[in-house]
Design a protein around this ligand. Sequence first.
Ligand code: FO1
Length: 317
Amino acid sequence: MLLAGGVGGARMARGLVGALPPDSLSVIVNIGDDERFHGLTVCPDLDTVIYTLGNVVHAQQGWGVAGDTANALGMLRKLGAADTWMHLGDGDIGLHLFRAQCLAEGASLTSITARIAKALKVKAAVMPASDDPAPTLIETDEGSQRFQQWFVQQRAQPAVRALRYMTDEARLSGAAAQALAEADLIVIAPSNPLLSILPMLALPGFRDALAKTRAQRVAVSPLIGGRAIKGPLDRMLGDLAIGEGNAAIATLYGDLLDRLVIDESDHADVDRLKAAGVPQVQLAATRIGDRAAATELARAVLLASGVELNHDVWRTA
Ligand code: FO1
């Protein structure tokens, strides 16, 4: 079972699918980035995980559909539509039209996501953390921004003064609660904790489910040498005075972890992390450069957890 958001989360999911019997993996995905564009509900983290596991993702970008055209977006721009800074390809819009139709018919985001994953030949169970909208708002000196407005339109430049997880009206979905209760191992992907993981932990019932589960709970740090591999995390930690490096990650996850996986180049952090209360610290190669690296990292995490590996994959690689 994986908790994921963003491109780092999708790549970790792909690594786990390479190391496990695919139908033994559930991926609970952040919905705090979800936003409406042109009347359609866009779920970037769900779609990025599904496109990645369905092997159709635009690999260099990490999101969107490989080889996608942008004719619809071109027409929207010609018509002077708002928010065309969010690059939505034609194939991607096809998926958003399908999701909008299903939502209009009263289907839950969980059931729609399962249908999309099946249609795109994704074997892992991919599910939203909640069926209810729970947007993440970014407070900057210019006021409160929707996530994509800050992340994409403003390229995450404005300093973050606070984050608001609008989760009061939302609930942990039944499917996600069940997956958390039944898991043997819960891996928190090397996603941005502030933008992809904490929005899920803020959902009523999520932290409680993580505290009560019998599963081992392992997080992979998204930082190497205190630097984010991708995205604004290290700058945000500074803006929000949360600390830096792996110690800041341990602080953010608090007592929800049984083990923190950090990059082998950060071996000097081990004693300090244990002194700060992290029960176990594992060293691994956490840079997910390509599919092989993602599978290698997944195997290292699974082996340390004593989880039965998918040996024929093991032999072939
Ligand atoms: N990221 C960008 O930097 N620019 C974009 O225009 C953009 C469009 C987009 C469309 C659909 C989608 O699923 C993701 C998209 N992303 C884009 C990535 C997205 O903003 C991020 O992946 C997440 O929201 C944060 O991880």
